[in-house]
Design a protein around this ligand. Structure first.
Ligand code: PGA
Ligand code: ZN
Length: 423
């Protein structure tokens, strides 16, 4: 089957910001569309999305965030190269690399390359009569990933109501994905109720749907979520555990970690000690970005020091980048990687990063971004790639639930197994 037409266009994401969509039509008359997410606490080493600020494409009312350059790159550069070629994801990605050989895809824009790459993955899968998940894992059971879900959010996603970005839960004792989701919803509702009873403002919802309740310390935020888990009758530790996304780059000034809601500053070595005490005193089984994106020393010291079972998860540190992952593997700076396709820019090279991580015993967590949309390809990738874990935000917002609902669809309609990497 051949590619007949490729059209890029601008759409809106869950924050009301422009993002890129790409539609690939095939010679059989079918059309396959992908829309691309976008971050807010973006790592400096991510692939570069093109935004129109300062360019001739800048639109009056989008504050420089329109994506018409990326759209034009799809329509004027990518489409002429790919139309009439066979639909094959590997071929499409290698042609995108020929057009833009830069490491960070800044020539075409990673938002242009990823939109075409995901649309091609869909088109390729459907031309073989397969779902996107099944195109990567055609035989046997589909492995549904363990969810990691925001309950409280602060940082860049909620006007800095807390210094850290998220307190999340992982339903490690759930026997199925649908049970896991029911526990998560119950804890989320209980947290909202308890927050209201304690006089917090709980109708403020963060970008990923978490409750934006202000807490004066990380410990108090953790204890609050623990009390919500207990109040719904679930066991902390054996059934539901905590995870944090510290997003520490956001409050590191190059020398010190500044927890402004607590009113305390920590040197790098003091912050390693602080985080180590925190994970020892709270039921935390996963900690994401506890240190800044280039503070490799703190990462290495902490990973050496931390309990062996703790998941030390690199997001801004690793940015789904093979070179940074390889450095972390050789220096033992982390033991898990967040996989975000738009940090990388292509489906096939994102998968290569995931494979390299797994080959070196790193856990892998396929993740959405804070700016999302109604697409559910993330759930297909996480499942088809046997990632083991998925992070999408909360259970509020259809852009989040599109992914959870896709996993429920797999559970209902396919032969599946619910994965538990924390067993
Ligand atoms: P982002 O946040 O999409 O704003 O980068 C998500 C995360 O940090 O995991
Ligand atoms: Zn993160």
């Amino acid at each position: 089957m051949k590619i007949n037409k490729i059209v890029g266009y601008q759409v809106l994401d869950s924050r009301g910001k422009p993002t890129v969509a790409a539609a690939i039509s095939l010679t059989d008359g079918t059309t396959h569309t992908a829309r691309i997410p976008s971050g807010a606490s973006t790592g400096a080493h991510e692939a570069k999305e093109l935004r129109d600020s300062g360019s001739k494409f800048e639109e009056k009312y989008y504050g420089g965030l329109s994506v018409q350059q990326a759209v034009e790159n799809i329509n004027k550069k990518i489409a002429p190269k790919l139309v009439e070629e066979q639909i094959d994801l590997n071929l499409v990605d290698s042609q995108l690399i020929e057009l833009d050989p830069s490491e960070d895809h800044h020539l075409l824009g990673a938002n242009a390359t990823l939109a075409v790459s995901i649309a091609a993955a869909y088109a390729d899968a459907h031309s073989q009569n397969k779902s996107l998940a099944r195109s990567f894992n055609p035989e046997g059971q589909l492995l549904i990933p363990m969810p990691m879900v925001n309950i409280l959010s602060g940082g860049a996603h909620a006007n800095r109501t807390m210094d850290i970005q998220d307190v999340l839960i992982i339903p490690v004792g759930a026997k199925s994905f649908s049970q896991a989701l029911s526990w998560i919803v119950a804890v989320r509702e209980m947290a909202a109720k308890l927050g209201k009873e304690a006089g917090h403002v709980t109708n403020l919802v963060a970008d990923e749907g978490g409750l934006a309740i202000a807490f004066t310390s990380i410990e108090k935020a953790c204890e609050f979520v623990v009390s919500a888990i207990e109040k719904v009758g679930l066991k902390v530790g054996s059934e539901v555990c905590l995870a944090l996304d510290v997003a520490a780059t956001q409050f590191f000034d190059g020398k010190n970690y500044n927890l402004s809601t607590v009113g305390k500053s920590y040197s790098q070595s003091e912050f390693v000690e602080y985080i180590n005490n925190l994970v020892s005193n709270q039921p935390i089984i996963s900690i994401e970005d506890p240190f800044a994106e280039d503070d490799w020393n703190s990462w290495q010291t902490f990973t050496e020091l931390a309990p062996k079972k703790l998941q030390v998860l690199g997001d801004d540190l690793l940015t789904t980048n093979l070179l940074r992952l390889n450095k972390a593997i050789s220096e033992k700076s982390a033991n898990a990687i967040l996989i975000k396709a738009n940090q990388n820019g292509l489906v096939t090279s994102t998968l290569n990063v995931l494979k390299q991580a797994r080959a070196n015993n790193f856990n892998t967590v396929v993740s959405a971004r804070s700016g999302e949309n109604e697409d559910s390809w993330l759930a297909d990738l996480a499942t088809g790639w046997n990632a083991g874990q998925i992070k999408v935000g909360s259970t509020h917002g259809s852009e989040r639930n599109a992914k959870w609902n896709r996993l429920l669809e797999f559970e209902a309609t396919e032969s599946t197994k619910f994965t538990n990497p924390f067993n």
